[in-house]
Design a protein around this ligand. Sequence first.
Ligand code: GCO
Length: 444
Amino acid sequence: MTLDFRRADFAEDFLFGVSTSAYQIEGHAYGGAGSTHWDSFAATPGNVANAEDGARACDHYHLWESDLDLIAAGNFDVYRFSASWARVLPEGRGTPNPEGLDFYDRLIDGMLDRGIKPALTLYHWELPSALADLGGWRNPDIAKWFSDYAEVLMARVGDRVWSTATINEFWCVSWLSHFLGHHAPGLRDIRAASRAIHHVLLAHGTATQALRAAGFGNLGAVFNLEHSTPADATPAAQDAAARYDAIYNEAFLGPVFHQSYPERLLDGIASHLPDGWQDDMSTIATPVDWCGINYYTRKLIAPAPGPYPSLREVEGPLPKTNMGWEIYPEGLGQFLRRVADRFTGDLPLYVTENGMAAPDTLAGGTVADEDRIAYFNAHLAEVRAAARDGVPVKGYFAWSLLDNYEWAFGYDKRFGMVHVDFDSLERRPKASYHGFQSALRRAP
Ligand code: GCO
């Protein structure tokens, strides 16, 4: 089996790329980076599989040149990567780490040398510990801290990046990390979650304004969207699914594109939002140039007794990835249409992440990851159909280039198109990598 599309199936200017993130691949122990809340979260028993952290990860910090060679040889147009706040500013504020700035400088020049467009994300979850000590995303000052960090980094590299995203996945930064407690800082508190929701949005808007004022363009943000399906046909299940959708999806699209929170979210968080939150909404809705969508799966949602949000996830019937996530490509097509219709209009949309974890057995120096190829094919077919219907989707970036640190799952879950041996650090392209390589090859 191989990837069943060609470049000619998409518009001439449609971009294909791969995505990664700093903490998941770089090796946080190297190059003078400061401690992050993921380091202490991982060091706390029970939070992360095998208590693994990102200290070494894929050692991309030292192996970046050969990793960029892989992206170029794979015929990808764009590399979506992130910078680590604590590598740039070890204390979160104050004196920059020259080695950190040099690293991103070299990395970006390395992309340009190879004809790859650098798509920078400013925050993909590794909050500096010094700021976590001050309350992290619960502290309203974080909007300014984040914006200052954005300006420091962009002053160094902003002249050469192709695009810049402020935040990766608002829902994960706030709800997953402060209400469900699955990610750092591991809180389970509705008030903390409400503050984090508002402040991560405000940080996005504040930094977008500052970067715009400093003359930078092609600014956007990345939303992770999850399809919410009622577990059955009862009104109660439909209501619960709508609540899940409000918390997961509309909670962030609503403020950024319509300057308002959905009612079904305010039902749970209004009494916990900071005083005067209404005054921040226009900053949050500062115009962006593009919108990124990360899409993986759907959830079946049923009502549950107890306080807000009074819902639970039910196991679904569809085939699942190694994360236990149902494979539901239709959800991606639906989101592309819905986001364009209801939120972004003519703004370019990019699928900034999509991919799957698979069991992946290494045989003969490679991995025949047919299940991953089928996943990419099914999701790319949805993107193609949406584009054909006039949705302004302008690119597709696969998650991920390398097997890497999958957060609370440690190194157990493999999402890469390139296999990584976490002892030797050897990289071995899988069949899915070769599939993209041939589908994306341009006639000489
Ligand atoms: C996310 C993150 C990635 C994950 C990937 C697989 O979407 O959660 O951006 O860091 O590794 O999504 O879970």
